[in-house]
Design a protein around this ligand. Sequence first.
Ligand code: ATP
Ligand code: MG
Ligand code: FE
Length: 332
Amino acid sequence: TIILGIETSCDETSVAVVKNGREVLSNIISSQIESHKRFGGVVPEIASRHHVEQITYIVEEAMAKADIQVEDVDGIAVTEGPGLVGALLVGVNASKALAFAWDKPLIGVHHIAGHIYANHIVEELDFPLLSLVVSGGHTELIYMKEHASYEVIGETRDDAVGEAYDKVARTLGLPYPGGPHIDRLAHEGKPVIDLPRAWLEEGSYDFSFSGLKSAVINTLHNAKQRGEEWSKEEIAASFQASVVDVLVTKAMRAAEDKKVDRLVLAGGVAANKGLRAELTEACGKAGLKLTVPPLELCTDNAAMIASAGTFLYWNGNFADDRLNGQAGLLLK
Ligand code: ATP
Ligand code: MG
Ligand code: FE
């Protein structure tokens, strides 16, 4: 089964060709980061325009790189949400046009399902499993009893973890996206500042990062008034220590409560070295099998969308021409 995947939910235009859900024949990613950098974040209008300019070329490139013909394609999978609605619509409309012109079935994929399936490309998923999803817009613990089945057991009540990284980075005067910069600085400093950890109510798998973000800002502010100074490295290390502590502790507790022996990490923040290291250590101690995607499959890409879409294809779960971009699409 060969699925063409299309991803345009945010600031990456990506098209991929994936065979049997695991074999990546091509995965072309065109990032717009340079265009958004000077605004300190993604500008929706600019994102949509870039997608429109790029999509046709990227489809051609993905087909050429995979070295396949239109006849070889079994279905077209596209991110239908969540994301920026104008950006999503570019991918959705391109896939509808291709599905019609090529006479192929159309498959709508949830962006976060895609992030999770990046792990299936690395190592075949087995169930039940728990996924820790950490990205620019999401922080979630998702229980899966089988393929294409999702139970969100915990989620953020305010900022997503990637968002918190980007905001703290901005406060430190680091360029967008700030996550990788904080990660790098964190490894050069010691977590000497005692920052809060939001555990929330007993037994909750939910997250909250806005208090931590404010604590960082207050710490910087108070230090300035007292004439003290923390280095960027110390702030980054302390912030990262708090984030990683909460994420790893909650994921491990959920894995134990849900009796799973497989954990997968997903989303752009899965690129974080501190998180990868601590989760690997904790899973090793608890005897849990952990999968972490390589960097290029952590951030937005279409191979993960094609992989998740393959199971919907096998289940006969097709979309029709009413498929629409949905900014707030829920995972179910
Ligand atoms: P969503 O997937 O929720 O719709 P998104 O697609 O915008 O959001 P991703 O592309 O999955 O998010 O991830 C981008 C986020 O990952 C950014 O916030 C970025 O700062 C963060 N990030 C990337 N690398 C790292 C890192 N090494 N450490 C921490 N954060 C990182
Ligand atoms: Mg992105
Ligand atoms: Fe994403």
